[in-house]
Design a protein around this ligand. Structure first.
Ligand code: HEC
Ligand code: HEC
Length: 232
């Protein structure tokens, strides 16, 4: 009798655990929306990454096949990851996996790549990229747009440098490095924010300013940052 009483709760909890596991495997569509507050918690609890393990994962998960052996992408089809801030990489991987950065063919590629990668592995990968040397600047001598340093108060554009750092090295929170990145990738990202296709910026920190940018400004900002040297 007393055994029965014990077993029923055990069975119930086993079922609960199982349901939980099954739910965890289900597509992520029905989950609660990721509010900025929830994101802050996720980012604050980023595990400590091990760059050695990250390097192994970079190869075993075939990230190297697109992003290059050391995170410097061999072609302009894929963005560089070398020298990126760890928190920016970590957030991007979570975004792809959760579907909060989606809606383009490139993002779908990354959703597949990030599928099943555990948070600890994301942190390891991020630690590996953060430790890599920056890459050479793309050739070209673009002028420094005023938008970078001063923004445009009339259009409520905050200076890019206030978030991405004085020389595009990455700045506050998850605002990552832009320096030395492929110009085409940067321009595409800005256009996606402008069109509202990419919504991964918490509180619209990128959609707001980019909505005000002309296409010519987007091109010149992209060339400007691509021409900066990412120093490490
Ligand atoms: C088939 C090629 C391919 C593979 C394999 C691949 N990526 Fe990517 N990756 C891309 C493309 C394309 C993008 C740009 C996606 C976009 O426009 O959002 C990207 C973007 C990223 C970004 C965001 C960069 C930024 O500046 O925001 C990170 C981080 C990243 N990849 C990490 C990885 C990791 C880690 C792996 C391995 C688990 C991986 N990628 C495998 C093609 C690839
Ligand atoms: C208020 C802070 C803020 C300002 C101002 C700002 N950014 Fe950003 N930017 C961010 C954050 C945060 C992200 C990462 C968004 C995410 O998590 O997807 C980002 C992402 C980007 C990306 C995508 C990078 C990638 O690797 O995919 C580009 C390109 C970019 N910003 C360019 C600019 C430019 C150009 C300006 C100036 C016109 C600017 N930003 C102004 C905060 C800012």
């Amino acid at each position: 009798m007393s055994m029965m009483r014990l077993r029923i709760p055990l069975l119930v909890s086993a079922v609960l655990v199982l349901t939980h596991l099954v739910n965890a495997e289900e597509p992520k569509k029905d989950r609660a929306p990721m509010t900025p507050a929830i994101w802050r918690q996720h980012l604050a609890s980023m595990p400590n990454g091990d760059p050695g393990r990250g390097e192994k994962l970079h190869r075993s998960l075939f990230c190297a096949s697109c992003h290059g052996d050391q995170g410097v992408a061999p072609t302009a089809n894929w963005p560089h990851l070398a020298g990126q801030k760890a928190i920016a990489t970590f957030k991007a991987l979570l975004d792809y996996q959760q579907g909060t950065r989606s809606g383009t063919a490139s993002a779908d590629l990354m959703k597949d790549a990030a599928d099943g990668v555990m948070p600890q592995e994301m942190a390891d990968l991020a630690a590996f990229y953060a430790r890599q040397k920056g890459h050479d600047a793309m050739p070209g001598k673009p002028s420094v747009p005023l938008l970078v340093r001063q923004g445009d108060p009339k259009r409520l554009i905050t200076p890019c440098a206030s978030c991405h750092g004085a020389v595009g090295q990455g700045g506050r929170f998850e605002a990552g490095a832009l320096a030395g990145q492929h110009a085409g990738y940067l321009a595409e990202a800005l256009k996606e924010f402008k069109a509202g296709i990419r919504k991964s910026d918490l509180q619209g920190s990128m959609r707001q300013p980019s909505a005000q940018l002309t296409d010519a400004e987007i091109e010149s900002l992209a060339t400007h940052y691509a021409g900066q040297l990412l120093k490490k």
